[in-house]
Design a protein. Structure first.
Length: 123
């Protein structure tokens, strides 16, 4: 039964983030790219303020998988690296914390480019 509640919380959080994104698309002039960037920045800010950690603990993958979770991961990595390395951690912490996700994005982007067939959409 606990697993069902875990899935429900993840679904509710992920769904809420999707609803917010859809409302921004429908009712503002923001482009999808700006909305996605805003989600990452919101995750960084909420993570830096210590507000995203409890949310991620409650919602699980519903909060850690979306772009806000990526931003939170960056903020968490920077905070940890600054504590260990000082000012240099500002530049290295985010990359170290998000290395797995960044490598996966580059790898699968390359794979899609190799396997995909680009074509002119005007034809």
């Amino acid at each position: 039964m606990e697993t069902l509640w875990e899935y429900t919380r993840a679904f509710l959080m992920g769904g809420a983030l999707c609803v917010i994104g859809q409302l921004l698309i429908d009712h503002t002039r923001l482009t999808p790219a700006r909305i996605l960037t805003g989600y990452v920045v919101a995750g960084v800010i909420l993570g830096a303020l210590g507000l995203y950690g409890p949310l991620a603990e409650w919602a699980g993958a519903g909060a850690t998988v979306p772009l806000t979770g990526f931003g939170w991961n960056l903020a968490k990595g920077v905070k940890q690296a600054v504590a260990e390395q000082g000012v240099l951690g500002v530049f290295t912490g985010g990359f170290r914390a998000a290395a797995g996700g960044l490598c996966a994005a580059v790898f699968f982007g390359l794979l899609a480019a190799i396997l995909g067939r680009p074509r002119d959409k005007n034809k």
